[in-house]
Every structure is written in C-alpha cells, then in structure tokens.
Design a protein. Structure first.
Length: 348
C-alpha cells in the first residue's frame, strides 16, 4: 500500500502524547463471550441486626454511604432496654445496701454477737444480687452500653458498624417496629469482588486453574482469575456457573450487576499481541503505526496493515507484525491526523 510519511516538525508538538511499545508473543486460547454477575462472598457483607425488639428512631447513615468500623449507624428505642436498665439500676442500689449489711454483720460476728449462719446468708444474698447484676452488665455491653455509666433507666441504644464498607441496603424503614435479630441494614466490604460467569457445560468443563478472563464494565476491561466451578447448574438458564475473582475493579462497582465476560480456554497457542489502543482504521484497513524504514535523519511513521485474530481484554491478537516490532501504542490519533494532513499536502 501507499506509504504516508510524517515529518518531525509537525509531530514534535504532540511528541509527549505518543508512546511506543513492542509487539509480544503471548498465549491465546478459544475466547468465549458470555454473561457474568458481579457478586461478593457471604463473609464480605455484614448485616446490622437489632439485638432487642424496639422502634427505629434514627439512621445515622444512608444507602451508598461509606462507613468506618465502629461508626454509629442506627438508634433504637426499646421498652425491653428500659426494663433491663431499670433492673440494673435497682440491683446496683440493692448491691450497695447488701454490702453495708454484710459489713455490719461481719463486725457483729467478730464481737461474737452474730452467728456464722447469719454471716453466710448475707454473703449468699450479696452474691445472688451481683450475679444478676453481672449478667445485665454483659447484656448491656453487647448493646454498646457501659453499665457503670448508667445513673437511671434508658430506652435508647446505638448500633455500630462492625467493619468498614458501604451501606448496601436499608431493610427496616425509619420509625418502624422491629423484633430482636431483625436485619436493619447491610454493609458491603469493598475489598474484593467476584464475577459468576454463566457458561455452557462443555465450555465450563474445559476450565483449569490457569483460566483467565476479562470483565467489561463501563467500557473498560478488568482481569479476572478462575476460583471455582460451582457445583450446581443454574435452573433458569440451564448453564454452569463459574466463579472468577476480579484483580481490579471500578470504585463504584454494583453488586448483582450483569456484565459481559471474555474467557480464554485451552488449548492455547502463541500469537502476536499488541495494545488494543494501537488499532486504527486507515484508508479502509486496520493498521498500526510504526517507525518508517526510510533511511532518513527525520523521525517518520507509516501505517502497517494488520489482521485481527481476537480481542483479549485491553490487548488484541494480530497478524502483520513481528515479535518485538515497535509500534505506536498511545497517541494514535495525533499520528493519524498528521499523516492525513501530509497526504492532502502531497496531493496539492
């Protein structure tokens, strides 16, 4: 094909936008395109539950909000807590009175004015009160309430996030009544995301521990690695489910979103791979731009026709370049624009 040469002077202004890479030999298998669902493992999501029956008084967070471990998330008003805290305050007063009585009996016992039996009864009475009090201290602690700070009965307690994450869903509406162990909201840990690919049984059985793929989200490709072939066929689609772990993911990844996934299956063959960003349509053909072979002191570029074999994430397998051959990987638009202007100028 006709070569279009680009002189150094016009291109110099765009030199910082142009990057060069080298064609590499990489393994490529059969590319299977299918649907996948973004998910997380069960241990990556926590549910905030009410420990007591009560009334949802106030939410400190909203859906989609980032929260940190230990941050307060919801305020509950509970009659059960009112009774519990009132009982603790009463037991605390009883314990103080019982300790005074025990102290008085000990003094009388030392003077021989009280029996061992009377002393033992006071000790047992105090121990019973303290046992009930300690049980309530433990229950109040589980609700985030420090019993020693209680001066009077209270009916309000605050629930806190057990780990950092994002508020996924609020289940109980504000001012609704809830029972003990009712889920109030979910908090999603954003450390890891997975993709469940829906594949034909034949393709799923070809999956190995080395299998990789690319998930497409908002126009970008994200590498995923095989984790597990799930044991049950999906009844609705009658397809096998394969779990992949995402190595990278966008900040606002949506749980349960359906996306497209490209999976590379064995057998693999070695092919020439380049960055997908290097491809350009030029004079009706797919080309990449490389340095011209012209023996000239000026820096020149020329289009090289290539044949696309398959896309693989952000790379593409092609024919038309040799291993380690240099090509323009970024800034193709500037090179192409200047080549077209040069061609027009030559026509004049």
């Amino acid at each position: 094909m006709t070569k279009y040469l680009l002189l150094l002077l016009p291109l110099w202004a765009f030199s910082n936008e142009i990057s060069m890479s080298h064609a590499q030999i990489k393994p490529l298998g059969k590319i299977v395109k299918t649907n996948a669902q973004i998910t997380q493992l069960s241990n990556q999501k926590q549910e905030i539950v009410s420990r007591l029956p009560g009334h949802v008084e106030h939410y400190f967070v909203t859906t989609g909000q980032e929260v940190k471990e230990g941050e307060k998330v919801v305020l509950i008003e509970s009659i059960a807590l009112s009774k519990m805290s009132a009982e603790y305050v009463a037991l605390k007063q009883q314990a103080n009175a019982s300790k005074e009585q025990l102290g008085a009996i000990k003094k009388l016992y030392k003077k021989g004015l009280s029996s061992q039996n009377e002393l033992n009864q006071k000790i047992i009475a105090l121990e019973k009160i303290l046992a009930k009090q300690n049980a309530l201290v433990s229950q109040l602690k589980s609700l985030g309430i420090k019993a020693s700070d209680l001066k009077e009965a209270t009916d309000k307690f605050t629930l806190y996030a057990h780990s950092s994450g994002v508020v996924g869903e609020i289940f109980a509406p504000l001012h609704s009544n809830v029972n003990a162990q009712d889920a109030l909201m979910s908090i999603v840990n954003r450390n890891n995301y997975y993709a469940i690919a829906y594949m034909s049984v034949d393709d799923a059985m070809k999956i190995t521990t080395k299998t990789t793929g690319f998930v497409s989200i908002s126009g970008k490709k994200y590498l995923v690695n095989f984790v597990q072939l799930l044991p049950k066929i999906d009844k609705k689609t009658q397809r096998a489910k394969v779990l992949f772990k995402m190595t990278k993911y966008p900040k606002n990844t949506l749980i349960n979103a359906f996306v497209e996934i490209d999976i590379s299956l064995e057998p693999y063959k070695n092919v020439i791979m380049i960055k997908k960003s290097a491809l350009s349509l030029f004079s009706g053909e797919w080309v990449v731009f490389g340095k011209s072979n012209e023996a000239d002191s000026e820096i020149l570029y020329e289009p090289k026709v290539v044949q696309i074999i398959a896309y693989n994430g952000d790379e593409v397998a092609i024919k038309g370049l040799k291993q380690n051959e240099e090509y323009v990987s970024d800034g193709v638009y500037y090179v192409k624009s200047m080549l077209l202007k040069s061609a027009i100028g030559d026509g004049d």
